[in-house]
Write a protein that binds this ligand. Structure first.
Ligand code: NIG
Ligand code: FE
Length: 449
């Protein structure tokens, strides 16, 4: 082991010692019962503990409660436990961002200007821009370049409080490049402390060389690509962009059916551009989530009720593309759960900031702060198959936590949009970023001396 390797190892060992958070103004999203998702009127109820404490052990949440910390906890603290005084601060489970495309090469601000000039997302795609543009750049990029740029994005979203994220392939559009993307995602899983779930986005767009032969491309996905991706074992989720101008309901059904033969569970793009039937086909094939949902009417809501599919709304894409907002309120009123995710990608949502998504949930979808917090934590965890381990403050779940800077109430989080309210980040029980608290007192002292 090199000298810096030893240092890194020791640092990890030392920082993996237990953490005891004390004087937490409010511990948010506490769940004692391992609920897997929160639906309907329950979404407006958020369990919290005011003036709380929390203890980690290894990478897990060990215990928590109201101050004072009980004697038996204090008497049995491991030597080396780090105590963090969280006076004035809130502690939340890290955000669970269940839909991103954050592995990509380059950026697409040229199209963004086209959009400002009035072209639609579909018009740009028809001109060979959009996903095909990103596919070409991805093809030209090395795996190392892709890992490096994605890691930068992961680090950025981590500092905004994301602790678990789904990353899709889908800019490959041929077997070799799809496998390249999936290998990059696997590499990221080993490099980043953020929990990463991979999804094989099997049908995102028809590649240029198949223009006018969409059916043949779908046949190829079924005959060649799905079996090859399955054999890598990197992911158990399959995605299809089922929408007007992209893949039809019948094509989607045949790909999901083929995927099911290899054990893939669907998580699909649906109803972003039209009442496409995407929601219905997703539910029919047992999708874990159907995502976007700008075009959702009473029939779609009816179809989702009683299913195991999480309706997932992507506020960033609707905002960036200037689309109508999905009907979150009618969904919740009908008794459905709702998750919200960033859709971080270069074309329709070039940001993975989940604090902004939380604000959008309240400002544009009129969710109450309690509902919005469920949407970006436990319901997002459900949409990645992670609700047993992520998304709430529960004994035995991952110690993936964010400590806010001093804020008056948890409603301040969505209210004060645009600034980063996360001060300290804990992932897998490890302090990732710890801004020395009481800085202002320190600064005052420094000014005086
Ligand atoms: O979720 N809608 C399809 N796919 C992405 C956009 C991908 C892109 O434009 O590069 C989305 O919005
Ligand atoms: Fe997407």
């Amino acid at each position: 082991m090199t000298f810096s390797g030893i240092f890194g190892y020791l640092r990890r060992k030392i920082s993996r010692m237990p953490l005891l958070l004390t004087n937490i103004a409010e511990l948010i999203q506490v769940d004692e019962t391992f609920r897997d998702r929160i639906a309907g009127p329950e979404m407006s109820v958020l369990n919290t503990i005011t003036n709380g404490w929390l203890l980690t052990s290894g990478d897990l949440i060990r215990d928590f409660g109201s101050m004072p910390v009980p004697d038996h906890i204090l008497a049995n603290l491991e030597p080396g436990t780090t105590v963090i005084d969280a006076t004035g601060r809130m502690v939340l489970p890290s955000f669970c961002d269940s839909h991103t495309h954050l592995v990509y090469a380059g950026s697409r601000e040229i199209e963004y200007i086209d959009k400002i000039r009035g072209l639609s997302y579909e018009e740009i795609a028809r001109r060979g821009g959009g996903i095909l543009n990103s596919a070409q750049r991805l093809h030209d990029a090395s795996e190392d370049e892709l890992v490096a740029s994605a890691l930068e994005r992961l680090n950025e979203i981590m500092l905004y409080g994301t602790g678990a994220v789904e990353i899709k392939s889908g800019y490959g559009l041929n077997l070799e490049d799809e496998l390249k993307m999936l290998r990059v995602i696997r590499k990221l899983q080993t490099l980043s402390p953020v929990t990463i779930v991979a999804t094989y986005l099997a049908a995102h767009a028809v590649p240029a060389e198949y223009r006018g032969r969409q059916g043949e491309y779908v046949d190829r996905v079924i005959a060649e690509m799905i079996p090859a991706v399955a054999s890598t074992g990197i992911t158990g989720f399959i995605d299809v962009f089922c929408d007007r101008g992209f893949f039809t309901v019948d094509e989607t059904a045949s790909m999901l059916e083929a995927g099911a033969r290899y054990g893939f569970r669907p998580k699909i793009h649906a109803n972003e551009l039209a009442l496409s039937g995407g929601i219905q086909v997703g539910v029919k094939y047992g999708a874990l989530s159907v995502d976007h949902l700008e075009f959702t009417g009473p029939e779609e809501i009816e179809c989702l009720l009683g299913s195991s599919t999480m309706p997932t709304i992507l506020p960033g894409a609707a905002f960036f593309l200037g689309m109508d907002y999905a009907p979150a309120r009618p969904m919740i009123q009908a008794g459905l759960p709702v998750a919200m995710a960033s859709d971080f990608n270069p074309g329709s949502s070039p940001s993975g900031n989940m604090q902004f998504i939380l604000s959008m949930a309240c400002i544009k979808y009129r969710l109450l702060p309690e509902e919005a917090i469920h949407a970006v934590t436990l319901n997002g965890a459900y949409a990645m198959g992670l609700s047993r381990t992520h998304g709430t403050i529960t004994r035995g779940k991952k110690a993936n936590l964010l400590i806010t800077r001093p804020i008056p109430t948890y409603s301040f989080l969505p209210y004060a949009y645009g600034s980063n309210k996360a001060e300290t980040i804990i992932l897998n029980g490890e302090l990732i970023r710890h801004t020395e608290m009481n800085t202002s007192a320190d600064q005052v002292r420094k000014i005086r001396t």
